[in-house]
Every structure is written in structure tokens, then in C-alpha cells.
Design a binder for this molecule. Structure first.
Ligand code: FE
Ligand code: FE
Ligand code: ZN
Length: 265
């Protein structure tokens, strides 16, 4: 993965730890993990971002679904211990009718179990992803992200970070096209910019506040290229790692990386 990323001009990459729509993972290859660590150091790669499977729903009211989430989350953190300094991003989850408050309580209970399973603070920083608010998704606004952080850390969890997804916040109603400064200030006020560890950089197929979550290629959607120019140059964002989740093939990603690098002042 690191060699592929480097071949298209990337200096960071995101990957799924396992089948994103299932849960099965390949056996861990410790020699390959060690080879990655030395390759990353030798080639100046930034932090890798591991994405939890979409089937992981820590907010669920169904005990079997929460047990699955606990075992996947725990196993992922144990695996990521072989690539120290990684980031681990997960969708907070969907409460499926329980209400956000109960969903948030479930997420926090699960985080505490996972950190206990792995024996305390891992070398991996766990990130909550900002969501678009489709269905009963939790993390639909900065306040819900803050509520998870407060409750989990208040109960003893190690510090959590946040991954801001540009498509999701736009679909969630934050106008990063016309008021990027205002949205960044709002994030800082509610969550704190020190929590922000990664950006998912995606255009959106849908208008502001659509609560849909359909990613588009950079510059081809409703966010548009000029907004991305401001995003990659924003003083609070420009030094963060950016991860593309656009509907591209490898050649398309190569072109998008070149496009985005061309926007940087
Ligand atoms: Fe995601
Ligand atoms: Fe994302
Ligand atoms: Zn998305």
C-alpha cells in the first residue's frame, strides 16, 4: 500500500483494516508491517489512517452488533500496534431509533471496553468521524462529537481525536463553501482544533444540508474547486494529513493529488 501510494504522489494513505462491508480480516503479516514501518520512515510518509469497517456500529441497541463492534475494534487496535503512530477512524454509529443520547452512551461504553481490552492507551489515536446525519447517524454535528468525547474521556478513556470529512460536514449543513472560517471557528469552539487530526477530502454530489453522503470527485461536485483551494490553504487545516475518499481509480487519485498540490500556495 505504501509503495502504491508513493507511486501516485501521495505521502499519506487511508486503508480498510478488513472487509468494509463484512468484518473478516487477512492474517496479520508482522514482517510486512515491519517493512512498512521502515519504508514509511525512509520515504517520509505521514500518518496512515486505518478505517474501521462500515459494519461496525458501536451505537447499536443490539448486543450482538455491539459485541461484533467490540471484537473488531479491539482486534484492529492490536494489529495497529505493529504500525505505531497510526490513526484509526470509525463512524460513531447509528442509534437506529434509540435516540442520540442512548446511542452516545453505547459508543462510550464500547470505547471503554476496547481500551480496557488493549490494556490502556494504544499507540494509535482513535478518531471520531464527522458524519452527514443520514438516517440515525450519530456525529451529525460538532455537538454530538463533543458529547462522545466528554462522556468517554470523563469515564477514563484516553484522548480521542476527530477526522473531519468535507462531504459529510457540507451534507450535514456546515457551509464550508461560503463560510469556511466560520465553520472552522465553530469546530474550534465546540470540539477544539487540537482534536482535529485528519481531513477526509471529498466533494459532494448533493447540496448543503442534504444529509445524503454521496462523495464526488474533487471539483466535480457541489463543494467545488475554489472551496478546496481555501481548504488546503487554511491556516488551521493546511498542515493536517488529507485523505481522498473520492470515486476514483488509481490514475484518478494520481490526478486529484496533483490537482490539490497545485492549489497549495
Ligand atoms: Fe468514513
Ligand atoms: Fe469519510
Ligand atoms: Zn461518506
Amino acid at each position: 500500500m505504501a509503495q502504491t501510494a508513493q507511486s501516485i504522489g501521495a505521502n499519506v494513505f487511508q486503508f480498510f483494516t478488513r472487509n468494509p462491508r463484512g468484518g473478516a480480516a487477512k492474517p496479520l503479516d508482522k514482517a510486512d508491517a515491519a517493512a512498512f514501518v521502515s519504508f514509511a520512515a525512509a520515504n517520509g510518509l505521514g500518518p496512515i489512517l486505518a478505517h474501521a469497517p462500515y459494519t461496525l456500529n458501536a451505537a447499536s441497541g443490539d448486543a450482538r452488533i455491539r459485541d461484533f463492534a467490540e471484537s473488531v475494534f479491539t482486534d484492529d487496535l492490536r494489529r495497529l500496534a505493529f504500525t505505531p503512530g497510526a490513526l484509526y477512524n470509525f463512524h460513531p454509529g447509528s442509534h437506529t431509533g434509540l435516540g442520540a443520547e442512548k446511542g452516545i452512551a453505547n459508543i462510550c461504553d464500547l470505547l471503554l471496553k476496547v481500551f480496557q481490552n488493549v490494556g490502556g492507551a494504544p499507540s494509535t489515536t482513535v478518531l471520531l468521524e464527522t458524519m452527514s446525519g443520514k438516517g440515525s447517524e450519530i456525529g451529525r454535528n460538532f455537538e454530538e462529537v463533543r458529547a462522545i468525547i466528554d462522556r468517554a474521556e470523563g469515564a477514563g478513556a484516553p484522548p480521542l481525536g476527530v477526522c473531519l470529512d468535507t462531504c459529510h460536514v457540507w451534507d450535514g449543513g456546515y457551509d464550508i463553501v461560503n463560510d469556511l472560517d466560520g465553520v472552522v471557528a465553530e469546530f474550534d469552539r465546540v470540539v477544539g482544533l487540537a482534536r482535529l487530526k485528519a481531513i477526509h477530502i471529498n466533494d459532494s454530489m448533493n447540496p448543503l444540508a442534504a444529509h445524503k453522503d454521496r462523495h464526488e470527485k474533487i471539483g466535480k461536485g457541489r463543494i467545488g474547486l475554489e472551496a478546496f483551494r481555501r481548504i488546503v490553504n487554511h491556516p488551521a487545516l493546511r498542515d493536517l494529513p488529507f485523505y481522498l475518499e473520492t470515486p476514483c481509480d488509481l490514475q484518478g487519485y494520481k490526478e486529484e493529488i496533483a490537482l490539490l498540490k497545485g492549489l497549495v500556495k
